[in-house]
Design a protein. Structure first.
Length: 76
């Protein structure tokens, strides 16, 4: 994984998404541990609604939430 040093200015390639970590978003990447990166879209991510950078982006799904969803799906 390569952390970004600035917010992407160009559209990302199809199937690639912008993701940030669990730290409260900051204007400057790297401030107080806030990190962002790009990666292929996956079920481990959920859309984030924090309005960081004014771009559609994702965060890593909470593992407890993901486990509960898997259990629920297994029961169906």
């Amino acid at each position: 994984m390569i952390y970004l040093t600035r917010t992407p200015r160009e559209p990302l390639p199809e199937g690639t998404v912008l993701v940030h970590n669990h730290v409260v978003p900051r204007r400057r990447l790297g401030a107080n541990g806030f990190r962002a990166w790009t990666q292929p879209a996956s079920d481990e991510l959920e859309r984030c609604d924090c309005n960081w950078a004014g771009l559609v982006h994702y965060r890593v799904r909470n593992s407890a939430t993901a486990n509960e969803e898997r259990k629920r799906e297994d029961r169906l």
